[in-house]
Structure formats: C-alpha cells, structure tokens
Ligand binder design. Sequence first.
Ligand SMILES: CC(=O)N[C@@H](CCCNCc1c(COP(=O)(O)O)cnc(C)c1O)C(=O)O
Length: 388
Amino acid sequence: MSTIIDVENTYTSGVYGKRPVAIVRGKGALLWDAEGREYIDCAAGHGVANIGHGRPEIAAALAAQAQRLITCPEIVYNDVRAQLLQRLIEITPEGLTHAFLCNSGTEAVEGALKFARLATGRTGIVATLRGFHGRSMGALSTTWEKSYREPFAPLIPDVKHIRYNDLAAAEAAITEQTAAIIIELVQAEGGVHVPQADYLAGLAALCRERGALLIVDEIQTGFGRTGALFACNHYNLQPDILCLAKSLAGGVPMGAICLGQRVMESGRITKGAHGSTFGGNPLACAASLATIDIFEREQLAPRAAALSTQVFERLRSWRSPLIREVRGQGLLIGIELTKRVQPYLEALCERGVLALPAGPTVLRLLPPLVISEEQINRALDIVADVLG
Ligand SMILES: CC(=O)N[C@@H](CCCNCc1c(COP(=O)(O)O)cnc(C)c1O)C(=O)O
C-alpha cells in the first residue's frame, strides 16, 4: 500500500488531506484497501455512491454504450441523451420542463447562475452562510467557507450571503435586482443543517413576489439521500432551477441543471448562451438511465427513510459529553461534537469505518443507500466506541 501512497504523494497537487489508505475495490456499502482490509463506507464518495459500489448494472450499461458511442457533442442529437432528458424531467419535481447536462456539481451551479442572470436580466445573487456550492469561480462566489473563497478574490460581483432559516434576512436581501437565491435543502458540507418547514415555502413565495428565481442545489441531497427521491419532495417545493450531480449517474461524473417555466418563458435561453464539450455525453447518459432504473426498482428513497428512523432513534439515545447535537435527514447524518472531529475520523478509519467531516466539529455519515441494517449497525457500534 505504501508504494501506492508514495507514488500518489509524489505527483498529486497537494490540495487534499488524505487518510493513509489506498482504496482499490468496492461492493455495495463495503470498500477494500490495497492490503485487503475491509471498510464500511459512510462517505459514499461524498454522496456519489448512493446506489453502492461495484454495481453490475452500471458496468453493463457502460460497457454496452462504450462499444457503441462514448462521446457525441450536442451539435447533433443522440438516442441515449434524449431518453435521459425525458426520464430526468419525468422524475424531478413538478414544474421543471427542460435540462442542461454537464459533468459535475460545480458546473451545474455555474450554469444555474448564468441561466438565472440571463432569464431575469438581473445580476444579484443571494446565497446562505455555511452554504457550499462548488469550487469554480462562480460557484465559489456563493460558497460560504471563507478559507475556500477569500484566496481567490475578486470573485463574481453582486453576491451576498444571508443567514439560513431566516426569512426576515431573505426579505431584506431579495430585491428587484436579485436574479436568484441559491440554497441547499440540507446544508451538508456546512455542518448538516436542516431547514425549518415554513422557511422554504416563505422563500419560494418571496421569489415569486419579487421576480427572483429559486435555485435549489440538490447535488448532495438529491437521489434518495434525504429519504425522498429529491429533498424538494418533502416540502412539495417547486424550484425554478434544480442543480443535480453526484449520484445522478451512479458514480460516473455527471451534472444537470433542470429548468422551470419561469426560466424558459423568458425566451432568453437562446442558442450559444452556454455549452459543454462533454455535457450530455452518451456514456454518462447510459449510466444515468441505469442508475434511475435502480432507484425505482429498489425503491432506495423510501428504504433510506426507513433506515433513517432506526439510525436517528439509536443516535439520539446516546448520552455522551462529546455529542452536542445529532441532526440530519434520511441518510445524511450529522453528529456535532464538542471537540474537533479530525482525530475521531482518523480513529474511525483505523477501525474500518470511512466517514466525513462537515465543518471542524461535525462527524458526517453518508452511507450508500443500499447499506444493510447489519452494516449500518456495525458502523454505529464502532462510532459509539470511538466517541466513547
Ligand atoms: C475531498 C473532496 O473531494 N472535497 C470536495 C467535496 C465536495 C462535496 N460537495 C460537492 C457539492 C457541490 C460541488 O460538486 P462537485 O463540483 O464537487 O461535483 C455543489 N453543491 C453541493 C451541495 C455539494 O455538496 C471539496 O471540498 O470540494
């Protein structure tokens, strides 16, 4: 294993803090390192592997498509892309009628910001404290974490951040100059913060009243993560723009920007307004169609909701001076500690559980939605032991 680590350390950029393990194989919710050690995956590739690792259906879809056509730019039509666009509009929340396909979450946010400014003719963007929307310059402008953002200033102008779950703050910030507000329906990277039910309805009403667009970033909450296919479904929320990525293509890089009537009826989303060489490539579309089949066949969203009830019941029964609060939705789980989380993440890794932080003091568990009850309970046994 040390050879793999030595080689990667020799050539990698150095921007990532890495656990001292080389993961080489996965199946379902389990991973194995180069020395054959098994891990229970509670990171799911940062919320990408909702359907689990090593799925034969995805491998088969990729192999079949790769033998037919891997790339096909959007200067022509394509059968698999057309099917995927139709499926995506069928399964996403009511009111979304069109989609732009891209290759990552940050690209989905970049495009969403561009479409919002184009459709409204306005420049103002409102984002939230602790929000995370990606690392490229436009998306980064809406990401809150100062250490991510400030070294790259000046970013795009006319972006302001307001407190999450604070409708009065939104009231003051959303004006006739506001193109859009962008929010997550659980602030994941920022510490696993769940919205109050009336907040979202209030935000949507405010946007309609003031002619601003509601961009919902479901890059991490989408595809069953919160116990519904989309977190919007919990609130019957109809976003004007919906950003998707991570689990969209079962682990294959893909993003999507779903667009509603208020964007499309502006008549300003015209030819040449945006583009992407790899966006909508048939390989990713084939993987996405196979992935959506799995979500539907295995009912992964209701499964996550049922498992979530058990997990939170168990977590909330724990009494430890180390635990400040347990919060989250579905299988997007946050355990806020009274100390820095890093040492506990390292201890968990040594004990065979891969988990994530969500800010400096929150332990985040993001298991694949296919994780078995036995596996999640074994992982919680280890978490309980490590948190002592
Ligand atoms: C170690 C590592 O990969 N860290 C990434 C993890 C990012 C995880 N979240 C991505 C994300 C993004 C960006 O998505 P992408 O470009 O990483 O695919 C947008 N919106 C939301 C709500 C998101 O959660 C990072 O720190 O940039």
